[in-house]
Each structure stands twice: as structure tokens, then as C-alpha cells.
Design a protein around this ligand. Structure first.
Ligand code: DAH
Length: 352
């Protein structure tokens, strides 16, 4: 029996020498120390031995078991070390190679400018109010004091969504952000119809027009509309607000001028020009030698529009303006073609 044990030990240790990976290690453990291994058979046969033999063989079998277990442990350490060394060798990183450039996403220039404008207006106390892009003729035109055949409608060629069966109120894409004025006023007025609260909001968003796409006109563009309604609001407030806005937007010393103009939804109406920031007012190609750049339309909210919004024009007054972030960017960065904005050319977009 002693000889059998010595043979078991010798054979096991010998076969362990060729074990080189974790799965072979496990197979070796099952074969040599597992329940049906030769060594375990010796343990289970101990009961059949004589009283004298039993302790001697038992002790010897134990010694073999301990020897095999420690040999297994040692071999397993060796296998792990070899595997680690190999992976370090095979997977090593060549730190001298140039890195791969990661392309990081960025905000579209229009979005950047839109946010800049809204940040400034927020500092000035204007809350953002978003309004729908798909409108009705009623909100886009009629309630803003454009009667059905008013010539001012020619200023804005409209994209129709659904006209059939809707008479003089087709569903259209909004041609400007001004219909948001009506939605906002009605929403604010509904909170207290007898004494509607004052309003000071900025209305940003995409507008759509049925236009021939050219260097200067696109079928879609953003606008930001401003609206303030309250008691005792005057044209002086409009001038003060827009002067403050222009200086925050284009620089402290920027000069601006108000030019009389016409919009159906404001009375009186004006357009604002800023001193050309390319030539400083001396006259250049960008300002077409006038020294001025037109940046927005504005005016005192027309009494009919106030009325349509639920604000009594005998008690309330207000001012509004509308401007285009893409136009501001074009002027600011001398972008010569508006089509770049939706052209999806990263060489253009990456410059902002
Ligand atoms: N809605 C006008 C347009 O798209 C811009 C505008 C002009 C908005 C005067 C206003 C305003 O609120 O008072 O051309």
C-alpha cells in the first residue's frame, strides 16, 4: 500500500509538470485530488485495513494529499505569473505612437447665438416662452392685425400644411415668432382675466417661409421675439431696453438708431440699425457704405393686438421686437451666404 501511495504521488507530480494553463490545472486537481481519484480511493479503503495498518497508511495518505495540494498551489502561482507576463508582452501599449483624435460634438452656431441672446435677455428679466411652429392663419396673421387681403401679407410667403376645407384659416408653418405674442398674452390673461399680470418674455424659435433659396434668403431661420406688456409702458421703455440689449450683445459703446417703419402689429413701428461693427460706421461692403446694419424690427404693440390677447388697450400698453440670430452671426462674422447654416458642412460649423 505504501508503494501504491508513492506511485500515486510520483505520477501526479510528474503530470503536474506539463500543466500550463488554468483549465488544465483544474483538470489535474479533479484527476488527482477529486472524489474519484486514486488517492481518495485509498482514504475510502482505510476501513478495510487491519487495526495496525490503518494509522500508518492513513498518515502516509495524508502526507501525500498535503504534498499534492501544496504542489498544486505552487504550480497555480507559476501559471498565473506566466500568463501575466505573456499578456504584458502581447498587449503592451506603445506610448510613443501618436494618439487618435477624438471628435467632440458641438452646438450649432445658431443654437450658440440663440443661447447668447436668451442669456442676455434673461439677465434683463425676460422669461423664455416657447410657442408652436405649426400655426393657423388666424394666429400667424389675423390676430396680429393682418386682415385677409392686407398687402403686408406679401412680405411673408407662407408654407401651407392644410388648406382644404379650412376656409380663411388654413394650417400653416409660422412665418415669424410673433404669433407667440397672442398665445402668451392669452395664457397670462387667463390666470386673472379681470386684471391680467404684466408680461416680459422672449420667444425664440424656428420660422419658415416659402422662398427661393438664395445667398440672402432661406426657407427656415430662427427668430427671437421680445414682448413686454404692462401699465404705463412707453416708447421710451422700448428704446431703453433695446439700447441696453444692443450694448450687451455688440459691445458697450455700440451706437444705434431707430428708423420709422411699418408692421401691422405695432404702432408706431421702427427698425433698429447698429453702427457697422466691420468699419465702425465709415462705410464698407458689409454695410453697403451706409455705416449702419439693420438688426431688428420693433414697435408699440398695436391696440388691436393687445385686445386680441385679452389685454384692455385702454389700461395696458406694451412693446415688442423681432430679430434673427443667423442674421446677427452673418453680420458679426461676415458670413457671406446664409445657406451655410443648414448646409451641414463641418468646415463651416467648426469655426464657431
Ligand atoms: N415679425 C416680424 C418679421 O418677421 C419682426 C417683428 C417686427 C417682430 C416688429 C416684432 C415687431 O415683434 O414689433 O419680420
Amino acid at each position: 500500500m505504501q508503494d501504491t501511495l508513492s506511485e500515486i504521488e510520483r505520477a501526479a507530480l510528474k503530470s503536474l509538470e506539463s500543466v500550463n494553463d488554468p483549465s488544465a490545472l483544474e483538470a489535474w486537481r479533479v484527476a488527482n485530488l477529486g472524489r474519484s481519484s486514486a488517492l481518495m480511493n485509498v482514504f475510502s479503503g482505510l476501513g478495510k485495513l487491519s487495526k495496525e495498518e490503518r494509522p500508518v497508511i492513513g498518515a502516509a495518505a495524508n502526507r501525500v494529499k498535503v504534498a499534492l495540494e501544496s504542489a498544486l498551489e505552487e504550480r497555480s502561482r507559476l501559471v498565473k505569473a506566466v500568463a501575466l507576463a505573456r499578456s504584458l508582452e502581447e498587449d503592451h501599449i506603445d506610448v510613443t505612437l501618436p494618439g487618435r483624435r477624438k471628435h467632440v460634438g458641438r452646438l450649432h452656431p445658431s443654437t450658440q447665438q440663440l443661447r447668447r441672446v436668451l442669456d442676455i435677455l434673461a439677465e434683463m428679466g425676460f422669461q423664455v416662452f416657447t410657442s408652436r411652429e405649426v400655426e393657423t392663419d388666424e394666429y400667424n396673421f389675423q390676430l396680429l392685425n393682418f386682415p385677409p387681403h392686407h398687402p403686408a401679407r406679401d412680405m411673408q410667403d407662407t408654407l401651407f400644411i392644410e388648406a382644404e376645407g379650412r376656409g380663411d384659416n388654413p394650417i400653416i408653418m409660422r412665418t415669424h415668432t410673433s404669433p407667440g405674442q397672442i398665445h402668451a398674452m392669452r395664457q397670462f390673461a387667463a390666470t386673472n382675466p379681470q386684471d391680467p399680470p404684466p408680461i416680459r418674455i422672449a420667444l425664440p424659435g424656428m420660422c419658415f417661409r416659402y422662398e427661393q433659396i438664395t445667398v440672402r434668403s432661406e426657407v427656415q431661420f430662427n427668430q427671437v421675439e421680445g414682448l413686454a406688456v404692462g401699465k404705463n409702458i412707453t416708447f421710451a421703455d422700448l428704446k431703453g431696453t433695446l439700447t441696453d440689449f444692443v450694448r450687451r450683445m455688440f459691445g458697450e459703446g455700440t451706437r444705434l438708431r431707430f428708423r420709422a417703419s411699418y408692421f401691422p402689429f405695432t404702432e408706431p413701428s421702427a427698425e433698429v440699425d447698429v453702427e457697422c461693427f466691420v468699419c465702425g460706421g465709415k462705410g464698407c461692403q458689409v454695410c453697403k457704405n451706409s455705416g449702419w446694419l439693420e438688426i431688428l424690427g420693433c414697435g408699440m404693440v398695436h391696440p388691436v393686438v393687445l385686445q386680441n390677447g385679452g389685454y384692455d388697450p385702454r389700461v395696458y400698453s406694451g412693446y415688442a421686437w423681432g430679430m434673427g440670430p443667423e442674421r446677427q452671426l452673418m453680420l458679426r462674422h461676415k458670413v457671406s451666404d446664409i445657406r451655410y447654416f443648414w448646409g451641414n458642412d463641418v468646415r463651416f460649423l467648426e469655426q464657431f
